[in-house]
Design a protein around this ligand. Structure first.
Ligand code: LLP
Length: 427
């Protein structure tokens, strides 16, 4: 559910007509609904209440300071993957004790920053990484808490680019390696081994893979307990993120469905539970609005050329992802005849044939100057935008209690080149 609805044939975000926002702010523009983000967060909180988890919003899905601040205020922690995300998390004033840090490629510098900040724990993906964290902790004379990321070899049945929990993936360590590493915890005097981390993929539509992965993790925890390793208690089980949402006609599970499937396992483990949802919280809480520049009738196809390209929203080009696309103004009932409908590729201005938002899409006949809303763009939308073709990054807007605020200004040409230098010999 989300707060983008048609009222009197016009798309609204909460109580604000979307056209009013884009007429003032221009396009392309990302627009987020404050109430939708909050309600999705609360849905997960309520569903998992029996195990009272720490919910660490996965900032990679949407790292807008406004979005993160609203979640921090609601009590969320953060799952981060870089020094830049740590910087953002600290900017929104979340307690460092609610930050967990994953990534297969943390640099010593990033590790140092995170240890100094006092984060809750590193989700460690390999032994060389563990050795680096130990060396950095020794150098800065601090201790670091770590969880080992378990790769349970479970297929999450999602797009192959966003499956992360099978043997073929670069993430985590197999169950035997995790167990053996725990046995050798004493080799790392500056590290506290406090947990196991899982994250098996994204846009997961079934509960089965979670159950399998958690069962695998709990078997490892049992082995660790039985080994009675001195000064070591497994405190946390982090089950990652990945809850899928509806983009088109997916049979997505609700937060309650996911919770019901795994809570019996989690509750009986006695472990503190961490969740890392990203898409579930923000995916359907954001749209990207674009303007039709031209309608081009070519030999075999019609192209609706819009002012947003793959650099603004790369999901269709990268994963063949489906996003619903709707004109901001709906047609009246009398104009729903066949000639009011068209089938077209909706494409951007970028110089690549992969630059499309939709292929062979049936939509109401649109004309130059009209606005289109690309739905479900709140997760992995703006965060994956680039400056390819020297295009300016779009603005971001948040609607909140009947008002809207620009939460990131549209980029300007000066900003495009601000870090560039022409060497003096070329002047
Ligand atoms: N935790 C870890 C360690 C992750 O790597 C991810 C996402 C999450 C949590 C959050 O997953 P979510 O709840 O959002 O599914 N760009 C792709 C998705 C990449 C997901 C990467 N990892 C897309 O647009 O579909």
């Amino acid at each position: 559910m989300h707060d983008f609805t048609f009222k009197k044939e016009e798309l609204y975000c909460e109580d604000v007509p979307v056209s009013r926002i884009v007429e003032a702010c221009g396009t392309p523009a990302y627009i987020y609904s404050h109430s939708t983000i909050l309600s999705h967060f609360k849905k997960i909180e309520a569903a998992f209440k029996p195990v009272n988890p720490l919910i660490c919003f996965s900032m990679k899905a949407n790292s807008s300071l406004a979005v993160c601040r609203l979640l921090a205020k609601a009590g969320s922690g953060f799952d981060i993957v870089s020094g830049g995300e740590l910087y953002r998390a600290l900017k929104v004033k979340v307690s460092p004790k609610k930050i967990v840090y994953a990534s297969v490629g943390k640099t010593p510098e990033e590790i140092k920053e995170a240890i100094r900040a006092g984060i809750l724990c590193f989700n460690v993906e390999s032994i060389p990484e563990l050795e680096t964290i130990e060396a950095v902790a020794r150098k800065v004379k601090k201790r670091a808490r770590i969880a080992l990321r378990l790769n349970p070899d479970v297929d999450a049945h999602t797009h192959r680019f966003i499956t992360t929990g099978t043997k073929e993936n670069k993430f985590g360590m197999g169950p035997e390696d995790v167990f053996q590493t725990f046995l050798h915890a004493g080799d790392y005097p500056h590290l506290d081994f406090v947990g196991i981390h899982l994250h098996i993929g994204s846009q997961i539509l079934e509960t089965g893979p979670y159950v399998q992965a958690i069962e695998c993790a709990l078997q490892v925890v049992e082995r660790i307990k039985a080994a009675k390793i001195p000064r070591l208690t497994v405190e946390y089980l982090n089950i990652g993120g990945g809850f899928g949402i509806i983009y088109k006609d997916e049979e997505a599970q609700t937060a309650d469905d996911f919770a019901r499937a795994v809570i019996p396992l989690l509750a009986s483990s006695g472990l503190k539970i961490i969740l890392e949802p990203g898409r579930f919280i923000v995916g359907n809480a954001g749209i990207m609005v674009t303007r039709v520049l031209y309608v081009k009738k070519a030999a075999t196809k019609t192209f609706v050329i819009v002012d947003a390209g793959m650099n603004d929203l790369i999901r269709p080009a990268l994963y063949g992802a489906y996003h619903e696309i709707l004109p901001l103004k709906q047609r009246s009932a009398s104009s729903t005849a066949m000639d009011a409908v068209m089938v077209a590729d909706i494409v951007g201005p970028v110089c690549e044939s992969g630059d499309f938002l939709a292929k062979d899409r049936r939509l109401p006949r649109v004309e130059a100057g009209e606005y289109l809303a690309v739905m479900g763009a709140g997760a992995y939308g703006f965060v994956m935008a680039s400056n390819y073709n020297s295009r300016l990054k779009p603005c971001e807007v948040m609607v909140f209690k009947g008002r809207y605020a620009v939460v990131r200004k549209r980029e300007r040409y000066q900003e495009l080149i601000k870090n560039e230098v022409i060497p003096s010999k070329l002047q």
